[in-house]
Ligand binder design. Structure first.
Ligand SMILES: *[C@@H]1O[C@H](CO)[C@@H](O)[C@H](O)[C@H]1NC(C)=O
Length: 359
C-alpha cells in the first residue's frame, strides 16, 4: 500500500469510527447499558441515539462557556449550535447527539472535514486559514446537525463573542480541555504532512499548530507527539500492535501485552481526560490490531465511555495500518458518503501532487 492509500484508510477509519460510536457516546455503564438501550444487543452498525437518555450530562452543562454550569448563557444557541439550545435544558434528558441520524458524523469529525477543505484549497495546513474556516463553520447556522460541542469550543466562542482576537481565543479550564478530542485535528494535520512526504518533525509541527487553533494546552503536546510518532511508524508498515506497545513502553514504561492480557475479556470504560483516555486508546490499538478495522471500531464503540473521540483517533491508526478495505462505510450507510468520498480523494490527490512536485 502507498502512504496515500493508507491515509485514505485513516480518514475513512476516522469517519466510520466516529459515526459508529456516536449513539453510545459517554455510556459509562459500558456494554450492559448499551444492551439495555438497544434491544438487548450491542451495536453492529450505524444507529441513532435513544431518547430519553437520563444520564446525559448535557442537561448539567454550561451553555455560556465550558464545563458544567447553568443553561442561562447563550454561547450555545446564540453563537454556535444555533437551534440546539433546547436540548441542553435542565431535565431535558437529551443524548449528546440527539439530532444526528444513524451514520451521521459528530461535530469534531465535521471539523476534520473543515480542515481537509482548508488543506485542499491552500495546498498545505495553514493554521490561519483553518482558524477562519473554523469560526465560519461554527457560527453559521445549519453548517452541521450535531447537538453537542466540547468545552474547548464553548470557551473559544465565549471569548470570540467578547471581541477577543481569534488567536487569543483558545482557552483551558484546567479540566475539560486536556482531553482525547484534542488529538483528533492534530492527527489529521500530521497525516496530510506525511502524505506530502514530510518527516516526523514537520508533521509534528503541523499537528501542534492544529492543536493550538481550538485549545490552549500544556498537557496535550506530548500526547500529540506520541500519536504522530505512532502514525509515522504505522504508515511505514509497522504493525499497529507493535507501534502501540512501543508507545506504552516509552510513555509509561509499561508492558501493554501484559496489561491487555490481565484484563481478560474486558475493555476499559474511560472518561475524556487524557490521563485515562490515552492508555485506553493504546489498549484498543493493541488488542484489536488484527481485527478488521470495522470490527475493532465496533468493539471500541461497544465498550462505552468516551468512545467517539477515541474512535476518531483509533480509526486513523487502524485505517493507516489496514487501508480502506473492510470499512463498510458505503454498504452500511455513512450519511455523507458521497461528499466524503470526493473530499478525501481530492484532498489526498492534492497532497500527493505536492509530494511528487517537491521531489
Ligand atoms: C442535516 O440533516 C438534514 C436531514 O437529514 C440533511 O438534509 C442535511 O444535509 C444535514 N446537514 C448537514 C450540514 O450535514
Amino acid at each position: 500500500m502507498t502512504v496515500s492509500e493508507r491515509a485514505a484508510g485513516a480518514l475513512w477509519g476516522l469517519f466510520a469510527g466516529d459515526a459508529l460510536a456516536m449513539p453510545v457516546h459517554w455510556y459509562y455503564g459500558g456494554p450492559d447499558q448499551i444492551r439495555d438501550d438497544f434491544g438487548g444487543k450491542l451495536l453492529s452498525g450505524f444507529q441513532r441515539s435513544v431518547h430519553p437518555y437520563p444520564d446525559s450530562i448535557m442537561q448539567l452543562s454550561n451553555t455560556g462557556g465550558g464545563g458544567r454550569g447553568s443553561d442561562e448563557g447563550d454561547v450555545v444557541g446564540g453563537i454556535i449550535l444555533h437551534d440546539k439550545k433546547e436540548y441542553w435544558r435542565r431535565g431535558g434528558q437529551f443524548h449528546y447527539h440527539h439530532t444526528l441520524d444513524a451514520g451521521e458524523n459528530t461535530l469534531e469529525a465535521s471539523l476534520v472535514q473543515v480542515l481537509l477543505r482548508s488543506f485542499k484549497d491552500t495546498g498545505r495546513f495553514s493554521a490561519d486559514d483553518f482558524r477562519q474556516r473554523y469560526i465560519d463553520f461554527m457560527t453559521t447556522p445549519g453548517s452541521h446537525n450535531d447537538t453537542y460541542a466540547s468545552t474547548c469550543h464553548r470557551m473559544f466562542f465565549q471569548k470570540w463573542r467578547a471581541g477577543i482576537n481569534p488567536k487569543e481565543c483558545p482557552d483551558n479550564d484546567g479540566h475539560n480541555v486536556d482531553t482525547i478530542d484534542g488529538l483528533v485535528l492534530p492527527s489529521v494535520a500530521a497525516l496530510l504532512a506525511f502524505v506530502q512526504g514530510h518527516g516526523v518533525s514537520a508533521a509534528t509541527a503541523s499537528a501542534l499548530e492544529a492543536l493550538a487553533v481550538t485549545r490552549s494546552s500544556q498537557v496535550l503536546p506530548e500526547f500529540v507527539r506520541a500519536v504522530v510518532h505512532m502514525l509515522d511508524q504505522v504508515l511505514h508498515g509497522l504493525p499497529l500492535d507493535k507501534a502501540a506497545a512501543k508507545t506504552a513502553m516509552e510513555a509509561y514504561g509499561s508492558d501493554l501485552a501484559e496489561s491487555v492480557r490481565k484484563r481478560g475479556k474486558t475493555d476499559p470504560v474511560v472518561a475524556c481526560y487524557i490521563g485515562g483516555s490515552f492508555p485506553a486508546l493504546l489498549h484498543f490499538a493493541y488488542k484489536y490490531a488484527d481485527f478488521d478495522a470495522w470490527d475493532a471500531l465496533l468493539a471500541s464503540a461497544n465498550a462505552g465511555g468516551e468512545n467517539v473521540h477515541r474512535n476518531e483517533v483509533l480509526g486513523v491508526l487502524l485505517g493507516a495500518a489496514q487501508g480502506r478495505k473492510g470499512l463498510k462505510t458505503k454498504e452500511e450507510g455513512l450519511k455523507h458518503f458521497q461528499e466524503l468520498d470526493e473530499l478525501i480523494d481530492t484532498t489526498l490527490g492534492q497532497a500527493s501532487l505536492r509530494r511528487s512536485s517537491d521531489l
